[in-house]
Design a binder for this molecule. Structure first.
Ligand SMILES: [Fe+2]
Length: 244
């Protein structure tokens, strides 16, 4: 069973298109999407349209959960915008604009997504989460102590936990026999080269699995210009995050 795991697309049309080309070559049986489709990019409707296409194409073999910024867009109100502007100005102004340009049917779609999902493939219990099993916004970073990660995943009895959220890929094989893999980000990578990332997962008939992070180049300078062209306050801070 071959599975493509994508996360944190963040309205980045160019990155998603290049990742989908690579996924087509991989030819997966299933696709898992770990949330954060919309906020802080430049083309949320294109991204959601592609997600709907994948959903139609793969049917029950397409699994998707909600990310923390999907929830922000879905539950957006003036207080949330003001609070976000104070904490992270470019994100607050982006949120204010993103809710205006995103089609209502897509906002309704992300509002109704579950925060996590259990999938069983060839007897392998897999939990799909955005941050950690206990918190949609918790960070599974590459430099954590194993005991810290054990604590974060203690409520899950899955064999494999797939997450995103930090935009930095990593993985842990824990003493409790759980494996946790952060798929990285398709559209807003926080790695030094800013390339898109996704995960290819292969599970054999006995439930043994092999995974590989794929690093995909796309025109991130052009995406940076698209974000700058949106013209909202502090968009230059957001645009600069796409340049290596
Ligand atoms: Fe994200």
């Amino acid at each position: 069973m071959k599975i493509a795991v994508i996360s944190d697309i963040h309205a980045n049309k160019d990155a998603l298109e290049e990742v989908l080309k690579d996924i087509k070559i991989f030819n997966p049986d299933m696709i898992f999407c770990l949330g954060d489709l919309i906020l802080a990019g430049y083309n949320p409707n294109f991204v959601c349209e592609k997600i709907f296409e994948l959903k139609n194409l793969f049917g029950d073999n397409f699994k998707i959960i909600q990310g923390n910024t999907d929830k922000m867009v879905a539950n957006c109100n003036l207080q949330l915008i003001e609070d976000t502007k104070k904490a992270f100005p470019c994100m607050g102004y982006s949120l204010e604009e993103d809710v205006k340009i995103t089609d209502k049917k897509y906002i309704d779609f992300v509002r109704n997504l579950p925060e996590k999902k259990r999938v069983i493939v060839n007897n392998l219990k897999i939990d799909l989460v955005h941050g950690s099993p206990r918190n949609q916004s918790e960070n599974i970073y590459p430099d954590l102590l194993p005991e810290t990660v054990e604590e974060m995943v203690k409520d899950s009895d899955a064999d494999l936990i797939l997450c995103g959220h930090t935009h930095i890929p990593c993985g842990y094989s824990l003493n409790s026999n759980k494996t946790i893999i952060n798929a990285g980000s398709v559209g807003r990578s926080m790695t030094s080269d800013k390339n898109a990332l996704y995960l290819q997962l292969t599970i054999d008939k006995e439930g043994k699995f092999f995974s590989e992070h794929r690093i995909i180049k796309y025109n991130n300078e052009l995406v940076s210009k698209h974000i700058l062209a949106r013209g909202f306050k502090h968009c230059e801070d957001l645009a600069s995050m796409y340049i290596a």
